[in-house]
Design a protein around this ligand. Structure first.
Ligand code: LLP
Length: 430
């Protein structure tokens, strides 16, 4: 892990701020985002394409972390936006995000969601299934409006970290299989004069460290695109390769430089274009985790401890699966330090437990920390993606607060929920 910065008080410094002060000022659990880091990640992608002179769109997958402030930063960086629901689209509207740069995903887009997308004239709908094609047919007739679409296909590649699996017949709830359904969908879309099919989309997985899976996917997409070109001259104007670029959570993780992913994708597309003699498409990608994942930490306050001799020491913090369900859901690993004890040697082996009424509510198993006690501040690294966005109200814990830091200034961007917030939709039965 990168060296932890520290000030003269022996406190951990993050994005130029004393983390203990932040915890005192805003309370815990607290997500602290380093906005400069978000911008740096976004620019690595955008400039990666620019350096290669390739027309591209880098769409931030807002499922990783969506809030008005976050989408404003994405807008400032010139990113496009991937939304998956009316709620994510609504947040984009609230953030003043340019609608022509919004792409809508979803494997079961409801009529009202598509209607909202059409009304707001979003840039592109990524069509996922036959039901959606029918809905679009009806709605676009009704609104007498045109829209750009991509077809989401499953190229039969599943990638996770270092592994990728090739499957002939993709078993997935998303998209059309490349062998048969994609062609059928393509023919159906051609019948709709309001639909402009710009190209194909695929997303092969998440937290991927190697480029092989992406390159294989590009090859498969081009086999299909070439068939369509030979049959009726179709030329894809856009190739959307999804997200999935891996980040470093712990020292075990060895992601590539973000620009290396870009270079690999561009080179493979170039190879296919040359091979089949097709027109060069715009390349779109949809990184979520790689934009925000390593750009935040979560601060917690340590409470109780339970020491079971010769078995394990449990240290409990004031959050857990309600603000970070990833360890419980995916056995995800994190690194942490005690923010007010940076100078102390990590000699105490402990497992960090959340406070939900559930044994699986653990953040970390058997990690080395300094001797901790109640009131200490625990900082968990790389919590910027799928932490706040997957948080829940289990046990009726209010959702955490989110602070953005830039130029050594902290700004509250999502308020901590109150108990009133928790019951605001509850109606009395007396
Ligand atoms: N595009 C599509 C169509 C997706 O389904 C996803 C993620 C992304 C882009 C962004 O992927 P990223 O660059 O963030 O890997 N909750 C899980 C991750 C689920 C990802 C779902 N789709 C986690 O916490 O690891």
């Amino acid at each position: 892990r990168e060296r932890i910065e520290m000030n003269t008080k022996g406190h951990m410094v993050y994005a130029g701020m004393d983390t203990v002060d932040l915890a005192n000022q805003y309370g815990t659990p607290l997500f602290v985002y380093d906005v400069e880091r978000i911008r740096k990640n976004a620019r690595a992608f955008v400039e990666g394409f620019k350096a290669l002179n390739v027309k591209a769109q880098v769409a931030y997958a807002s499922k990783a972390f969506s809030s008005v402030a976050m989408l404003q930063v994405a807008k400032q960086e010139g990113l496009s936006l991937d939304v998956v629901s009316e709620g994510e689209l609504f947040t984009a509207i609230q953030a003043g995000f340019p609608m022509d740069k919004v792409h809508m995903h979803g494997n079961n887009k409801a009529r009202h969601e598509l209607e909202m997308a059409i009304k707001h004239k979003i840039g592109c709908i990524v069509v996922d299934n036959f039901h959606e094609i029918e809905l679009l047919q009806e709605l676009l007739m009704e609104y007498k409006q045109d829209i750009d679409v991509l077809l989401r296909v499953t190229p039969g590649i599943e990638a996770h970290t270092h592994d990728y699996i090739l499957t002939g017949n993709e078993d997935s709830k998303f998209g059309f299989d490349l062998t048969k359904q994609a062609r059928e969908a393509y023919e159906l879309l051609k019948l709709n004069p309001h639909v402009h099919l710009k190209g194909l989309h695929c997303h092969i997985g998440s937290q991927i460290f190697e480029t092989d899976g992406f390159l294989m996917a590009i090859k498969r997409l081009y086999e299909t695109l070439n068939e369509w070109h030979v049959r009726d001259g179709f030329n894809a104007e856009v190739l959307n390769l999804g997200g999935g670029f891996g980040i470093k959570y712990t020292d075990e993780d060895e992601p590539l430089e973000l620009s290396s992913y870009v270079k690999a994708l561009v080179e493979q597309v170039q190879e296919e274009i040359d091979h089949y003699q097709l027109l060069y498409p715009e390349i779109w990608i949809e990184p979520g985790r790689a934009i925000v994942g390593d750009a935040a930490i979560t601060l917690y306050t340590v409470g109780s401890k339970k020491e079971i001799p010769n078995v394990r020491n449990y240290v409990a913090i004031d959050g857990g699966m309600t603000d970070n369900i990833r360890p419980a859901l995916y056995q995800a690993k994190y690194d942490a330090c005690v923010a007010n004890k940076i100078t102390e040697a990590p000699t105490y082996q402990a497992s960090v437990a959340g406070k939900c009424c559930e044994s699986g509510d653990m953040l970390m198993w058997d990690v080395l920390l300094p001797e901790v006690k109640a009131g200490d501040i625990l900082a968990v690294f790389s919590t910027g993606a799928y932490g706040y966005s997957m948080s829940s109200h289990y046990n009726r814990f209010p959702k955490a607060a989110v602070v953005f830091v830039e130029h050594q200034q902290a700004k509250l961007v999502v308020k901590r929920e109150s108990y009133e917030d928790l019951v605001k939709n509850d109606l009395s039965y007396e």
